[in-house]
Ligand binder design. Sequence first.
Ligand code: HAM
Length: 421
Amino acid sequence: MKDSLKYKSLRGMPDILPEDAVLMLKIEETARKVFRLFGFKEFRPPILEETEVFTRSIGADTDIVSKEMYSFDRGDKNISLRPEGTAGVIRAYIEHEWNKTSDTVKLFYMGPMFRGERPQKGRLRQFYQIGAEIIGSKSPYVDAELIFCLNLILKGIGLSNFNIYLNSLGCEDDRSRYKKVLLNYFSGSSKEEMLCEDCKRRIKLNILRVLDCKREVCRTIIKDAPLVMDYLCNKCAGSYGVLKELLSDMSVPFKEKRDIVRGLDYYTGIVFEAVSVSLGAQDAVAAGGRYDNLTKDMGGHDNGATGFAVGVERLLLAIDKKGIDLGPAQVFIIPVDSNCYKAAFQFVNKFRLEGISCEMDYSGRSFKSQLRKANKDGKCFVIILGEEEKKNGKLLLKNMETGDQTLLEFEEAVNQIKVGI
Ligand code: HAM
């Protein structure tokens, strides 16, 4: 990157270049198709919310809220760029009283999220998520449906080598029992002394957050800590068992990972992550889980809820882009000389009206150089327009893959191109 540039994009907020934008669109279209099969409706929440929407839901002591939010004062309100989508969806669910419209509300959303993290490969400050939330049910069948849906999306996008990891964080009672066990494990011992300053603070504020610390020194202590899974009540253990059975019945491959705790406070019960084996440190391409208490905590009713979000940039890093079709074939019209320019321009736009993507050159390149360029750009069809063709209203259509050339009426050319596409 040139240091002399006067303006550059902000660190961790890269431009999405056209070649990636095209792939992102493909990913979004695939997800949309799958969501439709499961009865999800699209929802577009705002990018800015009152900061409290996030502090209340994600948790004031999480890294996201305490260090990473882009917040500022506006009038008498402190507002933030959304670091994730779930909080905004629940805010809207309560605001619009969607609980009155249906027992179970299924929504999906797509768009940029903002977290002031330390940028690295796969970890950005502005990144795109495709998220889904099912609100209004505590049934493990819903979790199974959601994970089935995620699996279909990831496979449909062309992600081949990934694992889905499951865990359960239990209900509130389970976690309060577990917190006492953890406190016993960490506190008053040399272990507590060795923990980082943040974790020492977390022991007092929210001890579960210690388990999420990424620092090497803390990881060595955390790895032998008791696991929440061993403190589940019969109901939570039962739901988790049903989920595993349902996923197996539907041949959704999964593995249990008993130390998934997730970095947001709203989770209860079943949690999961989809991890790509072809990525480095930031290998989770999607993550989610149950958050049964959030609607009530934010002022709504006691509704069960579960959801996930896919990280689009991480998917772009993980998928094999070779096999991806980047869109409809393009047609290039080459006027043989300047007298045919106007006629060529008219045909270019006539093809576009027929739904065929079509272009011509306006820079005065020679006929030969235009043909070379069309070949290099991978155009499927080239139309050569000379005086003869102009006079009898026909077009010389060249199929660049086979090399075949045919003289055709406009309508015939349209049909052939559409068949070729
Ligand atoms: P999350 O685990 O924070 O969960 O993010 C979900 C996914 O977004 C991650 O697995 C990752 O692929 C991507 N992601 C997160 N942070 C970054 C980053 N800094 N740069 C690039 N990609 C990133 C949530 O956001 C929850 N709202 C998911 C959810 C929905 N849970 C229930 N419903």
